[in-house]
Design a protein around this ligand. Structure first.
Ligand SMILES: Nc1ncnc2c1ncn2[C@@H]1O[C@H](COP(=O)(O)OP(=O)(O)O)[C@@H](O)[C@H]1O
Ligand SMILES: [Mg+2]
Length: 303
């Protein structure tokens, strides 16, 4: 028998009661041993897809499989093989973190307690306070231990790094690399291109319930967008920037020029700026919706 992919969906669709078409005809294939990111702005249908994979909600049409098991008809088999981190982490608020993990470990029956302890230490999980007293970041850390502690072959993580401080985001990245090196597969959702490009091998982009693109991270990286604010010592002339590929001058106020620039153009932007005396240069990542708008603007320009 050839090995089934980690995750596969065929024309998977979900329309909620009330008529919201949250997901339309999703065809995806996540190979074993890869980190696959599901990228889209809020409301795109990421959590809907993930809840369908976990059989927490039922599809309107289409099918999904995890390691070859049907997510609906074999949901006991699929859930046994999945480490799941929900987007809206609902834990038993009155329990402490330790009690929550204990009760899950009993349910799972197969938790490696040394590994669980190591994970709790690596993410500095707060174990002895009631969960209702924990910050979002601390709940998220508990959710990571919960998803990884039984060493599942497939991880399904819904916006796992939102609320995590930058240091722990690095630790989380390391954990993902170890996980796939050990032969497991990871499917994670995110609304930040900058975040997923550090962890994922491939990225699927979803917008308004429809898959728009599946691409390698290298190809997407250059399309990532920056807001650049350049402050000169003299009133500025923005013409040098306007002629650069993909760069837009968003505003000029006296000595300050605001640009939007793809990462691929940053070298040219910095060199153009450096022809005059600089006081400051700030570059910040744009959010995903802005990146999409810029991509579609380019397509419109070409058409
Ligand atoms: N239980 C629900 N009932 C009705 N509409 C829903 C429900 N859950 C999500 N939606 C709608 O479905 C769309 C996709 O939501 P969701 O999958 O949560 O997106 P994402 O996780 O990408 O932010 C949104 O328009 C959202 O408002
Ligand atoms: Mg969501």
């Amino acid at each position: 028998m050839t090995a089934a992919p980690a995750i596969e969906t065929a024309a998977l669709s979900k329309t909620y009661a009330g008529g919201v078409r949250a997901l339309a005809d999703l065809d995806l294939r996540v190979e074993r041993g890869e980190v696959f990111a599901f990228l889209g702005p809020n409301g795109a249908g990421k959590s809907t897809t993930i809840r369908l994979l976990l059989d927490l909600i039922r599809p309107t049409a289409g099918r999904a499989w995890i390691l070859g098991y049907d997510c609906r008809t074999d949901s006991v088999e699929t859930r046994r093989r999945v480490g799941y981190m929900p987007g809206d982490l609902r834990l038993f608020d009155r329990l402490t973190g330790r009690e929550q993990l204990d009760s899950l470990a009993r349910l799972r029956g197969s938790v490696d307690s040394a590994w669980r302890r190591t994970l709790s230490e690596r993410f500095a999980v707060v174990l002895d306070r009631p969960i209702r007293e924990l910050s979002r970041g601390n709940r998220q850390k508990l959710g990571i231990v919960q998803a990884f502690m039984h060493r599942p072959p497939v991880l399904v993580l819904d916006e796992p790094t939102s609320g995590l401080d930058p240091l722990l985001q690095g630790e989380f990245r390391t954990l993902l690399h170890e996980t796939v090196a050990g032969g497991a597969s990871v499917f994670l959702s995110s609304h930040s291109l900058d975040e997923v490009q550090h962890v994922a091998d491939r990225v699927a982009i979803i917008r308004s319930g429809r898959l728009t693109d599946v691409d390698s991270v290298e190809r997407l990286r250059g399309r990532s967008l920056r807001h650049v604010t350049v402050t000169f010592s003299q009133p500025a002339d923005p013409h040098a920037f306007a002629s650069l590929e993909g760069v837009r001058v968003v505003g000029v106020e006296g000595v300050v020029v605001r640009l939007s620039a793809p990462v691929a153009a940053m070298d040219a932007v910095v060199k153009a700026a450096a022809r005059h005396r600089l006081v400051d240069l700030v570059s910040a990542p744009a959010d995903l919706e802005e990146i999409f708008l810029e991509l579609y603007r380019e397509e419109d320009d070409r058409a």
